[in-house]
Write a protein that binds this ligand. Sequence first.
Ligand code: PRX
Length: 626
Amino acid sequence: MINSLSEFKHAAKQAIENPESFWNDIANEFQWISPWKQTLAFDFSTPEIKWFVGGKLNITENCLDRHLATQPNKTAILFEPNDPTEEAQHITYKELHSRVCQTANMLKANGAKKGDRICIYMPMVPELAIAVLACARIGAIHSVVFAGFSATALAARINDASCTMLLTADGGFRGAKTIGLKDIADEALQSCTTVESCIVFQRTNKQVNWNPIDRWWHEEIEKVDDHCPAEVMDSEDPLFILYTSGSTGKPKGMVHSCGGYMVYTAYTFQNVFQYQSNDVYWCTADIGWITGHSYIVYGPLANGATTVMFEGVPSYPDFDRFWEVCAKHKITHFYTAPTAIRALQKHPTALIDKHDLSSLKVLGSVGEPINAEAWHWYDAHVGKHNCPIVDTWWQTETGGILITSLAGVTPQKPTFATLPMPGIQAVLLNNEGDEIEGEGEGILAIKHPWPSIARTIWGDHERYKNVYFSAYPGYYFPGDGALRDAEGNFRITGRVDDVVIVSGHNLGTAPIENAINQHAEVVESAVVGFPHDIKGNALCAYVIVKDISIDKTLIEKEIREEVAKTIGPIAKPDRILVVSGLPKTRSGKIMRRILRKLAAGDDNNLGDISTLLNPEVVDEIRRQNS
Ligand code: PRX
């Protein structure tokens, strides 16, 4: 573990001078079935990236078996249910190991084998983490789909990866709501042909439809024992697929591999959070997102940590739920999203002060830039000016945290993610693709591979190449802009493509436009982001309809329903403007820059609009806005 600023500087220097020996030392701390023959093989032009080439391992042996000798009775997963009156569950390493092995046997008994894709569409219950690990145990590739996604979105993901099995639940609890996951899954499966079996975990005891391929989890698990040797995996075998929105077309199934992902998530978890053996670490994300994969499941468990899984929401039964849970479980590490901080900041601080937060040592932020006000509120009221805040910049594609401070070890700076992790060569580029030296602002890019970079997009390597490696040859291009201060600290300024981060969720505007365009009355639409004081960004949809005299309230409602049905409620636009045209260039390209400014209310600063094909629509939109 990096314990001091000088050790950090030393590690960063070593990682640049000799990346292979730097990563060899770190990878050697894990349990490998057989060692790798080559540390790194890569070519960004194809692109091909391989780490720990020829090494054999199983990530679950590192997350589970390895800890059985030293700490079998330590809590691995601490489950806090949605309903505060339901008892929390403390699952020890020994018990988790047993339950993962038994679940792995259940998957095998139902036909799953190495290399199969298994879709997991489950609420935040321990069995979700167990299902993920059970897949890894047998070498099946898990594809977790966030339980807030719609049937259409679920079906698209199942079909893209030709999943042969679906793990779901009768339903899930989220605050005061119950979500009928099985009903949604049933609807999705009507348009999926590859799924041969569906295992249903019982959580809500809600009556559900039953199909010939359905089996109850609690019945299937009874049929198998808990002895399940770990499948031998190649370092480069896929561990999982996780979908993320793209700026165009369908979602991208990012593929992460076993060896590099394990090494990097474990390394970053340990160093960023400075986890000590008796700490209780809580990341409030859902396992349906990369943050949950890397920093609820794999990173913490690979370090033998106690990781909290929370089923609920910050506002239920009241807006002090997070603080109540922190006090109840003596949380030491609290890792959440700026959107949650901004939402909670609106409520009286008395809601925090009634709970004892003295156990907290480290705070974290992830998913979007954290604004100064939210940062200072978090620092003062949650951290009591006594907890370092790690602002961690990374992506689904990067697998783990790339730019951050290390808690209490490297300096923090509000609104800055600060410095790249040792081993991460982050640079700023200008529009020509030249590196900017020193202070400046530009496009963020990474010059050298790190172990957990996604290896491809499932089924579409060409798209992987085009999206991430073609704009600036020789670099990985994450799609974010950044600025750098004189000390080398990075501040992420936001996306430079048509992806909008809403409440920390990465949403491509094109798929939302496609959903809106499915409405029979819609001719064309354009979706842009605009600043929102809680969500960070919200979505504004400009919509051209066939008949301008249409009932606007009704069509707005129907458009929101269409988007919720095709993608999920998180993608519903906050504002919908029915317009007679969209500002376009003479070549017919929609001027999104202008639409963004109009949505932000920044309409005095639109630049020269006289070259537009239809400048009159700008005035029309302005009038609607006012
Ligand atoms: O724009 C950046 C933003 O979230 C994007 C990645 O989204 P996703 O793949 O869903 O992963 C989110 C969780 C890692 C990035 O391209 N982002 C993430 N973390 C930060 C951030 N922007 C600023 N500061 C951050 N700490």
